[in-house]
Design a protein around this ligand. Structure first.
Ligand code: NAD
Length: 490
């Protein structure tokens, strides 16, 4: 490793912050570990108050110029970033896999193409933003979407670049400048994104990337009075801290948080499809906010469903995420594995039974938690109520539609829900009563970026996607013009 550059699977990654169009080191570093084998990927600049202040100052200085840049030019630059992502797709995929342990084939085929799509989609969408004027006694009410200002975007490790660009792209398209703070367990692709954006010609200071431990750098970012928007994806406890920190400036927040989503399987469902949907919840080693981790099955179908599920889940191959044939890779960090195992141990001690799994695969090393299904769990138990964020599912049964809905809605979360049924009337009745930001019927994870995304209850505040992203990242303005005073634009 030359100073400040680390090489991951042949790809050079700068370990410094990216502030005001320059690489900036910190005196302190933190070690970034690979979940594949626990090896070090590099020493990453460890920012604190000083770096946070410098990044926000750079975003503030760049804001007037970027806000005044015509939307068409901003969109052109975003498309150039998308091209750059595509050009470096293989690099981004392999670095992300080394950094967070998710499957290389998913990164190549699904995740990184989606990163490029995030930029193109929001570039295009920004050009069609508009609203019909309202007329009041001859006065024109003209609605415009004005850029809000410097925006702090804080992201988690489970889908690092995908979740970061889901925020970066609309914020930039809206005319805001950005300070991105990636998670300390997977900071590398954010640094590559800074390179790609600079190469695409994005002006200095429009996108800044600062690295560091959330507890050390977070507050300095979220309490800064020059920050006009904070968008956060992560856990509920961190969201509470950010909300408290943002309170002084009443800085608007978008919060995309955890979940404990249900999969409701009715006896009239295609049980093979239902079992496939359930097995899909082990994707990314269960580290997916939307995962339907609570399987609720109609009593009369429970035995057959469990048989099919177990057969399919047992066929999953766990191992090195770089291997094409692997279905489940490692969990992100030894601390995450300890957390997952703690949940499972306490559930087993409280009387749960592991139908499959129940601990880490010691042959593969401690970071690979075996796909687990627990039965014999009570609705009030910790394992049913709290987010595990690992490959751990629970199975409960119900005997009526009302009971299914009551169980499904009975947690503090409301991110997503999935319903498997062969009866369209039942699908309509049940989905209408579920509390969730996204509900799927006989499918999972498919989503149009034009649709709103977010959670109810503790799963989040606000929605992003399509118009909803621009509602958040913009200050809406109504310009009322008296008759004969010309036409407002914008
Ligand atoms: P986390 O809350 O621990 O960390 C998320 C980010 O917040 C990291 O970048 C971290 O450094 C930063 N952070 C930590 N403390 C901070 C502070 N005091 N101030 C500012 N920033 C701080 O979450 P995680 O463990 O990285 O991610 C897992 C969680 O994210 C799960 O709960 C999961 O459900 C959730 N998630 C939600 C969505 C969604 O869209 N709803 C998507 C993915 C993950």
């Amino acid at each position: 490793m030359t100073e400040h550059i680390t090489t991951v699977a042949g790809v050079a990654v700068d370990t410094r912050h990216w502030i005001g169009g320059r690489r900036v080191p910190s005196a302190e570093t933190f070690t970034d570990l690979s979940p594949i084998d626990g090896s070090s990927l590099g020493e990453i600049s460890r920012g604190g108050g000083e770096e946070a202040a410098a990044a926000v100052a750079a975003a503030k200085a760049a804001f007037p110029g970027w806000a005044a840049t015509p939307r068409t030019e901003r969109a052109r630059l975003l498309r150039a970033i998308a091209d750059g992502v595509e050009k470096r797709l293989q690099d981004l995929a392999i670095v992300e896999t080394h950094d967070n342990g998710a499957l290389l084939r998913s990164h190549r085929r699904g995740v990184m193409p989606r990163v490029a799509h995030n930029f193109r989609f929001f570039a295009d969408w920004s050009l069609r933003l508009g609203h019909e004027d309202f007329e009041t006694r001859g006065h024109t009410n003209h609605v415009s979407w004005d850029p809000a200002g410097p925006s702090v975007l804080i992201t988690p490790w489970n889908a690092p670049l995908m979740l970061a660009t889901w925020k970066v792209a609309p914020a930039l398209a809206a005319g805001n400048t950005v300070v991105l703070k990636p998670a300390e367990w997977s900071p590398l692709t954010a640094s590559l994104l800074a390179d790609i954006a600079a190469e695409a010609g994005l002006p200095a200071g429009v996108l800044n990337v600062v690295q560091g431990l959330g507890a050390e750098i977070g507050d300095a970012l979220t309490s800064n009075p020059d920050v006009r928007r904070i968008s956060f994806t992560g856990s509920v406890p961190t969201a509470r801290r950010i909300a408290a920190s943002a309170a002084a400036g009443l800085t608007p927040l978008s919060l995309e948080l955890g979940g404990k989503s249900p999969l409701l399987v009715f006896a009239d469902a295609d049980l093979d499809l239902a079992a496939d949907l359930a097995v899909e919840q082990y994707d990314n080693a269960g580290q997916v906010c939307l995962a339907a981790t609570r399987i609720l099955v109609e009593e009369t179908a429970a035995e057959e469903f469990t048989r099919r599920f177990t057969e399919k889940a047992s066929a999953l191959r766990q191992g090195d995420p770089r291997d094409e044939t692997t279905d489940i890779g490692p969990n992100v960090h030894s601390r995450q594995v300890e957390k997952i195992d703690g949940f499972v141990r306490r559930a087993l001690a409280a009387g749960a039974r592991a139908v499959i799994g129940g601990g880490p695969d010691t042959d593969l090393g401690g970071l690979y938690y075996r796909p687990t299904l627990l039965t014999g769990v009570g609705q009030d138990s910790e394992i049913v109520q709290e987010e595990v964020f690992g490959p751990v599912l629970t199975l409960q049964t119900f005997s009526s539609e009302d009971e299914a809905i009551a169980l499904a809605n009975d947690t503090r979360f409301g991110l997503a829900a999935t319903v498997a049924t062969g009866d369209p009337e039942r699908a309509r009745r049940v989905t209408a009563r579920l509390v969730a930001g996204t509900v799927w019927v006989n499918c999972f994870f498919v989503r149009d970026l034009r649709a709103p995304f977010g959670g109810s209850r503790l799963s989040g505040v606000g929605r992003e996607g399509g118009d909803w992203s621009f509602d958040f990242y913009c200050d809406m303005k109504n310009t009322v013009t008296a008759p004969g005073s010309g036409q407002p634009h914008g």
